[in-house]
Design a protein around this ligand. Structure first.
Ligand code: ZN
Length: 292
Protein backbone atom coordinates (compact mmCIF):
# COMPACT_ATOMS: atom_id res chain seq x y z
CA UNK A 1 0.00 0.00 0.00
CA UNK A 2 1.23 3.48 -0.81
CA UNK A 3 2.63 5.57 2.02
CA UNK A 4 0.44 8.66 2.45
CA UNK A 5 2.16 9.83 5.64
CA UNK A 6 4.79 11.99 3.97
CA UNK A 7 2.74 14.20 1.67
CA UNK A 8 -0.68 14.65 0.10
CA UNK A 9 0.23 13.89 -3.51
CA UNK A 10 -2.72 11.50 -3.79
CA UNK A 11 -5.33 13.60 -2.03
CA UNK A 12 -8.27 14.81 -4.06
CA UNK A 13 -11.03 17.06 -2.80
CA UNK A 14 -14.59 16.54 -3.87
CA UNK A 15 -15.59 20.17 -3.96
CA UNK A 16 -18.88 19.53 -2.14
CA UNK A 17 -16.69 19.16 0.95
CA UNK A 18 -16.20 22.94 1.07
CA UNK A 19 -19.08 24.32 -0.94
CA UNK A 20 -21.53 25.54 1.73
CA UNK A 21 -19.41 27.07 4.48
CA UNK A 22 -21.58 28.77 7.10
CA UNK A 23 -24.51 28.12 4.79
CA UNK A 24 -23.05 30.28 2.03
CA UNK A 25 -22.40 28.76 -1.39
CA UNK A 26 -18.67 28.97 -2.20
CA UNK A 27 -17.82 29.55 -5.85
CA UNK A 28 -15.92 26.83 -7.64
CA UNK A 29 -13.12 29.21 -8.75
CA UNK A 30 -12.54 30.12 -5.08
CA UNK A 31 -12.51 26.45 -4.07
CA UNK A 32 -10.03 25.58 -6.82
CA UNK A 33 -7.74 28.40 -5.71
CA UNK A 34 -7.92 27.33 -2.04
CA UNK A 35 -6.99 23.77 -3.06
CA UNK A 36 -4.15 24.87 -5.31
CA UNK A 37 -2.73 27.13 -2.59
CA UNK A 38 -2.36 24.08 -0.37
CA UNK A 39 -0.65 21.94 -2.96
CA UNK A 40 -3.73 19.78 -3.46
CA UNK A 41 -3.33 18.21 -6.89
CA UNK A 42 -6.81 17.00 -7.73
CA UNK A 43 -10.47 17.81 -7.29
CA UNK A 44 -13.83 16.40 -8.24
CA UNK A 45 -16.31 19.18 -9.04
CA UNK A 46 -20.09 19.12 -9.46
CA UNK A 47 -21.91 19.97 -12.65
CA UNK A 48 -24.05 22.74 -11.21
CA UNK A 49 -21.01 24.58 -9.87
CA UNK A 50 -19.20 24.18 -13.19
CA UNK A 51 -22.26 25.54 -15.00
CA UNK A 52 -22.49 28.49 -12.60
CA UNK A 53 -18.87 29.49 -13.25
CA UNK A 54 -18.84 28.51 -16.94
CA UNK A 55 -17.31 25.36 -18.38
CA UNK A 56 -14.64 27.22 -20.37
CA UNK A 57 -13.69 29.26 -17.33
CA UNK A 58 -13.34 26.18 -15.10
CA UNK A 59 -11.45 24.30 -17.80
CA UNK A 60 -8.97 27.17 -17.97
CA UNK A 61 -8.65 27.46 -14.16
CA UNK A 62 -8.06 23.73 -13.79
CA UNK A 63 -5.16 24.01 -16.23
CA UNK A 64 -3.81 27.22 -14.68
CA UNK A 65 -3.74 25.64 -11.23
CA UNK A 66 -2.28 22.39 -12.56
CA UNK A 67 -5.17 20.40 -11.14
CA UNK A 68 -6.43 17.01 -12.23
CA UNK A 69 -9.98 15.72 -11.90
CA UNK A 70 -10.22 12.44 -10.00
CA UNK A 71 -13.79 12.32 -11.26
CA UNK A 72 -16.70 14.46 -12.38
CA UNK A 73 -19.93 14.64 -10.37
CA UNK A 74 -22.15 13.43 -11.74
CA UNK A 75 -24.19 11.58 -14.32
CA UNK A 76 -26.95 9.06 -13.76
CA UNK A 77 -30.54 9.56 -12.54
CA UNK A 78 -31.73 7.31 -15.38
CA UNK A 79 -35.20 6.17 -14.21
CA UNK A 80 -38.28 8.02 -15.44
CA UNK A 81 -42.00 7.32 -15.75
CA UNK A 82 -42.23 7.82 -19.51
CA UNK A 83 -40.21 7.75 -22.71
CA UNK A 84 -39.75 11.51 -22.72
CA UNK A 85 -38.22 11.36 -19.26
CA UNK A 86 -35.89 8.55 -20.26
CA UNK A 87 -34.82 10.54 -23.32
CA UNK A 88 -34.22 13.69 -21.27
CA UNK A 89 -32.01 11.74 -18.88
CA UNK A 90 -30.08 10.23 -21.78
CA UNK A 91 -29.52 13.66 -23.33
CA UNK A 92 -28.40 15.14 -20.04
CA UNK A 93 -25.99 12.27 -19.45
CA UNK A 94 -24.37 12.77 -22.85
CA UNK A 95 -23.83 16.42 -21.93
CA UNK A 96 -22.23 15.27 -18.67
CA UNK A 97 -19.82 13.12 -20.70
CA UNK A 98 -19.01 16.12 -22.91
CA UNK A 99 -18.26 18.26 -19.86
CA UNK A 100 -16.15 15.53 -18.27
CA UNK A 101 -14.14 15.35 -21.50
CA UNK A 102 -13.69 19.13 -21.61
CA UNK A 103 -12.32 18.99 -18.07
CA UNK A 104 -10.19 15.93 -18.77
CA UNK A 105 -11.76 14.04 -15.85
CA UNK A 106 -10.55 10.56 -14.94
CA UNK A 107 -14.15 9.32 -15.06
CA UNK A 108 -17.77 10.39 -14.96
CA UNK A 109 -19.32 9.22 -11.70
CA UNK A 110 -22.81 7.74 -12.05
CA UNK A 111 -25.37 8.04 -9.25
CA UNK A 112 -27.90 5.98 -11.09
CA UNK A 113 -31.23 7.12 -9.60
CA UNK A 114 -34.01 5.31 -7.76
CA UNK A 115 -37.77 5.64 -7.98
CA UNK A 116 -38.78 8.55 -10.22
CA UNK A 117 -40.09 11.48 -8.17
CA UNK A 118 -38.73 10.19 -4.84
CA UNK A 119 -35.92 12.73 -4.74
CA UNK A 120 -38.39 15.57 -4.86
CA UNK A 121 -40.66 14.07 -2.24
CA UNK A 122 -43.14 11.73 -3.94
CA UNK A 123 -42.24 8.48 -5.66
CA UNK A 124 -44.37 8.02 -8.76
CA UNK A 125 -44.33 4.23 -8.47
CA UNK A 126 -43.02 1.43 -6.24
CA UNK A 127 -41.43 -0.78 -8.88
CA UNK A 128 -37.72 -0.77 -8.03
CA UNK A 129 -37.13 -3.61 -10.51
CA UNK A 130 -38.40 -1.31 -13.27
CA UNK A 131 -35.98 1.37 -12.12
CA UNK A 132 -33.11 -1.10 -12.14
CA UNK A 133 -34.02 -2.17 -15.65
CA UNK A 134 -34.05 1.46 -16.81
CA UNK A 135 -30.69 2.01 -15.13
CA UNK A 136 -29.26 -0.99 -16.97
CA UNK A 137 -30.58 0.27 -20.31
CA UNK A 138 -29.52 3.85 -19.59
CA UNK A 139 -25.96 2.88 -18.80
CA UNK A 140 -25.83 0.61 -21.86
CA UNK A 141 -26.81 3.49 -24.14
CA UNK A 142 -24.53 6.00 -22.44
CA UNK A 143 -21.61 3.59 -22.55
CA UNK A 144 -21.57 3.65 -26.34
CA UNK A 145 -21.32 7.44 -26.32
CA UNK A 146 -18.78 7.49 -23.50
CA UNK A 147 -16.60 4.91 -25.24
CA UNK A 148 -16.60 6.96 -28.44
CA UNK A 149 -15.45 9.93 -26.38
CA UNK A 150 -12.96 7.94 -24.29
CA UNK A 151 -14.62 8.85 -20.99
CA UNK A 152 -14.80 5.98 -18.45
CA UNK A 153 -18.07 5.62 -16.55
CA UNK A 154 -17.88 4.84 -12.82
CA UNK A 155 -21.02 3.39 -11.23
CA UNK A 156 -21.15 4.43 -7.59
CA UNK A 157 -23.13 1.98 -5.46
CA UNK A 158 -24.87 3.95 -2.73
CA UNK A 159 -25.73 2.77 0.77
CA UNK A 160 -29.14 1.02 0.74
CA UNK A 161 -30.72 3.92 2.66
CA UNK A 162 -30.65 5.80 -0.66
CA UNK A 163 -32.32 3.07 -2.73
CA UNK A 164 -35.59 5.01 -3.13
CA UNK A 165 -34.36 8.47 -3.95
CA UNK A 166 -30.77 8.40 -5.23
CA UNK A 167 -29.52 5.02 -6.41
CA UNK A 168 -31.09 1.59 -6.76
CA UNK A 169 -27.62 0.06 -7.15
CA UNK A 170 -26.62 -0.46 -3.53
CA UNK A 171 -23.79 -2.93 -3.39
CA UNK A 172 -20.48 -3.29 -5.16
CA UNK A 173 -21.63 -6.74 -6.25
CA UNK A 174 -24.68 -5.30 -8.02
CA UNK A 175 -22.59 -2.58 -9.68
CA UNK A 176 -20.12 -5.18 -10.91
CA UNK A 177 -22.94 -7.37 -12.22
CA UNK A 178 -23.96 -4.43 -14.41
CA UNK A 179 -20.35 -3.89 -15.48
CA UNK A 180 -19.98 -7.56 -16.39
CA UNK A 181 -23.19 -7.51 -18.40
CA UNK A 182 -22.37 -4.36 -20.36
CA UNK A 183 -18.59 -4.56 -20.62
CA UNK A 184 -17.74 -8.26 -20.33
CA UNK A 185 -14.21 -7.78 -21.64
CA UNK A 186 -13.44 -5.35 -18.78
CA UNK A 187 -12.03 -2.76 -21.14
CA UNK A 188 -11.77 0.02 -18.56
CA UNK A 189 -14.68 1.89 -20.16
CA UNK A 190 -17.06 0.92 -17.35
CA UNK A 191 -16.24 0.44 -13.70
CA UNK A 192 -17.06 1.49 -10.17
CA UNK A 193 -16.45 4.27 -7.69
CA UNK A 194 -15.76 2.72 -4.30
CA UNK A 195 -16.94 5.14 -1.61
CA UNK A 196 -16.15 3.82 1.85
CA UNK A 197 -19.21 5.59 3.29
CA UNK A 198 -21.50 3.50 1.11
CA UNK A 199 -19.82 0.12 1.18
CA UNK A 200 -17.85 -0.25 4.43
CA UNK A 201 -20.52 -2.45 6.06
CA UNK A 202 -20.72 -5.00 3.24
CA UNK A 203 -19.54 -8.51 4.25
CA UNK A 204 -18.68 -9.15 0.59
CA UNK A 205 -16.62 -5.97 0.20
CA UNK A 206 -13.14 -7.46 0.07
CA UNK A 207 -14.21 -10.22 -2.32
CA UNK A 208 -16.01 -7.77 -4.61
CA UNK A 209 -13.04 -5.39 -4.69
CA UNK A 210 -10.92 -8.36 -5.77
CA UNK A 211 -13.54 -9.23 -8.37
CA UNK A 212 -13.47 -5.66 -9.69
CA UNK A 213 -9.74 -5.70 -10.28
CA UNK A 214 -7.67 -2.82 -11.55
CA UNK A 215 -9.67 -2.26 -14.74
CA UNK A 216 -12.93 -1.65 -12.91
CA UNK A 217 -11.65 0.34 -9.92
CA UNK A 218 -11.99 3.86 -11.29
CA UNK A 219 -12.38 5.98 -8.15
CA UNK A 220 -11.91 5.76 -4.38
CA UNK A 221 -13.90 8.10 -2.10
CA UNK A 222 -13.30 8.60 1.61
CA UNK A 223 -15.03 10.14 4.61
CA UNK A 224 -16.29 8.43 7.76
CA UNK A 225 -19.46 6.92 9.23
CA UNK A 226 -20.40 8.66 12.46
CA UNK A 227 -22.23 7.10 15.39
CA UNK A 228 -24.81 8.37 15.73
CA UNK A 229 -25.47 9.65 12.23
CA UNK A 230 -27.98 12.46 12.60
CA UNK A 231 -28.83 13.07 8.94
CA UNK A 232 -29.08 10.51 6.16
CA UNK A 233 -27.43 12.77 3.60
CA UNK A 234 -25.48 15.57 5.22
CA UNK A 235 -23.84 14.12 8.32
CA UNK A 236 -20.76 12.50 6.89
CA UNK A 237 -17.72 12.44 9.12
CA UNK A 238 -14.14 13.53 8.61
CA UNK A 239 -11.80 10.58 8.12
CA UNK A 240 -10.81 9.26 11.54
CA UNK A 241 -13.90 10.50 13.37
CA UNK A 242 -16.07 7.45 12.74
CA UNK A 243 -16.10 3.67 12.51
CA UNK A 244 -14.72 2.92 9.04
CA UNK A 245 -11.36 1.17 8.84
CA UNK A 246 -10.28 3.25 5.85
CA UNK A 247 -6.67 1.97 5.57
CA UNK A 248 -7.94 -1.60 5.41
CA UNK A 249 -10.25 -0.80 2.50
CA UNK A 250 -7.56 1.25 0.75
CA UNK A 251 -5.22 -1.69 1.15
CA UNK A 252 -7.76 -3.97 -0.57
CA UNK A 253 -8.23 -1.49 -3.41
CA UNK A 254 -4.52 -0.92 -3.92
CA UNK A 255 -3.81 -4.64 -3.77
CA UNK A 256 -5.73 -4.78 -7.08
CA UNK A 257 -3.46 -2.14 -8.58
CA UNK A 258 -5.53 0.96 -7.99
CA UNK A 259 -3.07 3.87 -7.98
CA UNK A 260 -5.34 6.90 -8.27
CA UNK A 261 -6.48 9.60 -5.91
CA UNK A 262 -8.10 9.23 -2.53
CA UNK A 263 -11.00 11.63 -2.90
CA UNK A 264 -12.44 13.26 0.21
CA UNK A 265 -16.21 13.70 -0.08
CA UNK A 266 -17.87 15.10 3.03
CA UNK A 267 -21.38 16.56 3.20
CA UNK A 268 -21.71 17.99 6.70
CA UNK A 269 -24.33 20.62 7.41
CA UNK A 270 -23.81 20.95 11.13
CA UNK A 271 -20.05 20.45 11.44
CA UNK A 272 -17.63 20.81 8.53
CA UNK A 273 -19.82 23.21 6.56
CA UNK A 274 -19.85 25.43 9.65
CA UNK A 275 -16.09 26.02 9.45
CA UNK A 276 -13.91 28.04 7.14
CA UNK A 277 -12.86 26.22 3.99
CA UNK A 278 -9.18 26.67 4.87
CA UNK A 279 -9.61 24.83 8.17
CA UNK A 280 -11.54 22.03 6.45
CA UNK A 281 -8.93 21.59 3.71
CA UNK A 282 -6.07 21.65 6.23
CA UNK A 283 -7.86 18.98 8.26
CA UNK A 284 -8.38 16.87 5.13
CA UNK A 285 -4.65 17.04 4.43
CA UNK A 286 -3.75 16.09 8.02
CA UNK A 287 -6.19 13.19 8.16
CA UNK A 288 -5.16 11.99 4.69
CA UNK A 289 -1.66 11.53 6.06
CA UNK A 290 -2.65 9.87 9.32
CA UNK A 291 -5.86 7.85 9.03
CA UNK A 292 -6.43 7.16 5.32
ZN1 ZN B 1 -18.76 9.20 -3.37
Amino acid sequence: MRDFAQDHRWLSINTATVRKQHGVEQSLPDILEACAQRGIRAVSPWRDQVAAAGLDNISRLVKTHGLELSGYCRGGMFPAVDAAGVRAAADDNRRAVDEACALNAACLVLVVGGLPGALTGKALHKDIARSRSQVHDGIAALLEYAKANHMPLAIEPLHPMYAADRACINTLEHALDVCDALDPASTGALGVAVDVYHVWWDPKLQAQIARAGKERLLAFHVCDWLTPTTDLLNDRGMMGDGVIDIPKIRDWVEAQGFAGYSEVEIFSTSNWWQRGSGEVLDTCIARHKTVV
